[in-house]
Design a protein around this ligand. Sequence first.
Ligand code: NPW
Ligand code: K
Length: 499
Amino acid sequence: MHQVYTGTQIREAEQPLLAAGAGPQLMHQAAWGLAQGVIELLHEHQLAVPGARITGLIGAGNNGGDGLWALSFLARRGAHITAICTAERVHPEGAAAFRAAGGRFLSGPETADYARAEVVIDAVLGTGARGAWEGHPVPEGALVVACDIPSGVSADTGQVSGQAITADLTVTFGGLKVGLFNGAGAAHSGNIKLVDIGLGPHLPAPELQLLSPTDIPELLPPAAPHAHKYTRGVLGVLAGSTKYPGAASLVCAGALATGVGMIRFLTQTEHAEPLTTLVLGAHPEVVPATDPTERVQAWLVGSGLSDSDHRVEQAKQVLTLTQQQQLPAVIDADGLKLIEPATTQPRVLTPHAGEAAALLNRLGAGSDDATQNQRVDRANVEADPLAAAQKLAELTGDVIVLKGPHTIICGPDAGPGQRFIYPGGHPFLATAGSGDTLAGIIAAVLTGWAEADAAPPLAAQAAAGVWLHGAASYAVAAGGPFGASQLAAGVRTVVAELL
Ligand SMILES: NC(=O)C1=CN([C@@H]2O[C@H](COP(=O)(O)OP(=O)(O)OC[C@H]3O[C@@H](n4cnc5c(N)ncnc54)[C@H](OP(=O)(O)O)[C@@H]3O)[C@@H](O)[C@H]2O)[C@@H](O)CC1
Ligand SMILES: [K+]
């Protein structure tokens, strides 16, 4: 498990060390790690360090200081180092070390040299940045290494209000920052390398957690040796419609590959119908059901539902039932249009940005602050998905899985096991039906834990499902582009490797 902090939390953790006079030492550690990051990147690109043309973009504060010290370390390895100051002030000790190492500050016509840089170290703004940044051009083809956080990206939120640097690599100090993973920041950060500068004992509870493969086995329901299908868990599924028949099969495929005792599929009508035939054709083990009150341990409602009157009525009925029985439920897609907030029921909502915006508007999210009566749109959610997920979790009392390039999983409470980020599956995962499979996977995890004595927090269960879905995408993508119906095979591979 990796911990992710806001920039403000990292700054606060530095304070006791700065007060004890450890500032220069922290900066040297940070700069050393930054220089190592540059060297590794050069090697990855089959470029030699001796003679490499490396230019630092240097701001007024300690971020600039880190950049100057890193350049001086790189000069010792034979790199050709130059720097451009973007402000009138510059970190004095850093500048002295840079000059002593043979570094040259470019000014006036010399800045033309900048166009030949092979590597640019972005050390303009770090955690001390405030408001919008006007930006600075980067030579075409240069590799860009951001110092701590790409300049222009908020370390607290990932928001970019003016211009921002886009890095190939960000070397970040003391702790991973929310801004590297959330919203626009994720697209600017490139690969991320964490350098430990000894803040450990001073760090607070993290804002977010990133799951590692070793965290997953204990978050997936155990397969007990003497289990039978009912103890393992029965999942009720209300998914698919005449308009989106495939969703029902994809949901069932995701759930079966993750592992459930049984699936009861709520049919559209009492009579044999094409939707049920399709589901049973793909998964003969699924049991069709016409009565939603038959016993299940958890429900999945909404994937591919469409707005057909009959299917919507069925969904309303099942949602009420799950509330009365306090059953775990995953609510996906059109099911999200039907939920009412503030229940104590263990529920997981799985919106994408557009659905999250619609739900926030329906629940009146804009009405309690300066944005009064202003409608939330998809772009607002995409700019700060963590804030949107937190707001939704607060308004509904549910666990929110906000799907996107980086998926946020957010429970209604703060604290451990409540907030996670999954930094994206394989790009091929952006395909129709991928969300249906995800809903099935999460629902299977909830089903398996539904009657267990010591289950992980609901948000952690959902986060494990998101992780499984992402890992499955890499397993399947090894064989080339894929459609969602092939994802379940990847889920089985990943689960088999884990258990
Ligand atoms: N603390 C430590 O010992 C350690 C810190 N470390 C490093 O220090 C970094 C934090 O350093 P920091 O606090 O000096 O702030 P930093 O990000 O360099 O920028 C502040 C300067 O930028 C300016 N400025 C602000 N916004 C702006 C804008 N929008 N557009 C333009 N200018 C803007 C602002 O100028 P002002 O407006 O105040 O004149 C101010 O001078 C941190 O990220 C890490 O890299 C590590 O070495 C470990 C040890
Ligand atoms: K920076």
